[in-house]
Ligand binder design. Structure first.
Ligand code: UFG
Length: 348
């Protein structure tokens, strides 16, 4: 039986697809290609569709016996989510409802869900544990928390079993350099830093240096995308073993400041990478560090690429290689950006 991966052409999705196929799993990918890239996939069976198109999704379930779903398909930009809550609720919350209902109709009861540290908001303690208060400070985190709750009640009523994986700061790239992180526009720290030695920008901006941290800049827990990919397989096996629904943090438990990340990127690339301090970015918590003990104990998750150096080395291998040259947007991506621009102006 096959594993259906929604949003499998995105950053974490495509690395998970590669990991699953390398392990010999049969994978079917669906993605609307609004932000994902067809070029991040290989020879997997692929359907360009939106999960809200339930007839098209139903067709995929009719064509292939599906054992479980790995669900990445979602809009995931914190800043954009604040300007476009309608789009975020529609794509993330309503989209997940469509998916769960097609799963129900087809008697597919296992789902691994792509969640986020943004469900916690400003943490009350560090490291953050799964039972800590969830109080998102942005629309994106709120939609992900709502999706988790929807799955909880679908489990209660219909017996859907889910594993929700709350990622901290996903980064890095496949160690082969074949696939990596490509967002348009890019908002994440490590790819932005690497655009400097790649001659795509002159300097990197540090968003605030007066936080209550060791050097005044924000601290994050960076986790290698291949370690996230392997956690999805651990989660699938957990469900296959007949275990109960649950939520797990995924991070390394080590916090690095923005200045430390820039310093490591200077070491890895050998480039001076000029940096300039700017004002704080709205809604950035000073510190986010995960406790992932629960995932290690209950899922048997063993991160292999825990060091910041390895994360940046792999990201740099991709960014400095052919991958970075593949930043050609697809027709779907361009249409999506045009639609977003139109909806921005019509709601002003
Ligand atoms: N930063 C800079 N300069 C930049 C970009 C980022 O100083 O040009 C800083 C940010 O202020 C933050 C840190 O670098 O302190 C990391 O920023 P990212 O944008 O790379 O990541 P975030 O921590 O903001 O976001 C990540 C995920 C989100 C998720 C969030 C959970 O990308 O999907 O963690 O809080 F929602």
């Amino acid at each position: 039986m096959a594993i259906l991966v929604t949003g499998g052409a995105g950053f974490i999705g495509s690395h998970t697809v590669k990991h699953f196929t390398d392990l010999g799993e049969e994978v079917i990918v669906v993605d609307n290609l609004h932000t994902g890239h067809r070029g991040s996939l290989s020879n997997e069976i692929f359907y360009e569709l939106d999960i809200r198109d339930t007839a098209a999704l139903e067709h995929v379930f009719n064509q292939h016996p599906i054992e479980a779903v790995i669900h990445f398909a979602a809009s995931s930009l914190v800043g954009e989510s604040g300007q476009h809550p309608h789009e975020y609720y529609h794509n993330n919350v309503y989209g997940t409802m469509c998916l769960l209902d097609v799963m129900r109709r087809n008697d597919v009861n296992w789902i691994v869900f792509s969640s986020t540290a943004a469900t916690y908001g400003d943490p009350e303690r560090i490291p953050i544990k799964e039972q800590d208060v969830t109080s998102p400070t942005n629309t994106y985190g709120e939609t992900k928390l709502t999706m988790e709750k929807m799955m909880k009640w679908y489990d209660h009523a219909y017996g859907l079993k889910y594993v929700s994986l709350r990622y901290f700061n996903a980064a890095g790239a496949h160690p082969s350099g074949a696939i990596g992180e490509r967002h348009d526009p890019e908002t994440h720290l490590i790819p932005l830093i690497l655009e400097v030695p790649n001659n795509q920008r002159e300097k990197v901006y540090i968003f605030g240096d007066r936080y209550p941290t060791k050097d005044g800049t924000c601290i994050r827990d960076y986790v290698h995308v291949m370690d996230l990919a392997s956690a999805h397989h651990d989660a699938l096996n957990y469900l296959r073993a007949g275990k109960e629904s649950d939520i797990f943090n995924l991070g390394n438990g080590n916090g690095y400041s923005v200045k430390e990340v820039i310093a490591m990127a200077r070491e890895v690339t050998g480039h001076p990478i000029p940096a300039e301090v700017k004002e704080r970015r709205d809604g950035d918590p000073a510190q986010l560090i995960a406790s992932s003990e629960k995932a290690k104990q209950m899922l048997g998750w063993e991160p292999r690429y825990g060091s910041l150096r390895k994360i940046i080395e792999d990201a740099w291998k991709w960014h400095s290689g052919e991958g970075a040259g593949k930043k050609v947007s697809t027709i779907s991506e361009r249409l999506y950006n045009v639609r977003l621009a139109i909806s921005k102006s019509s709601f002003k």
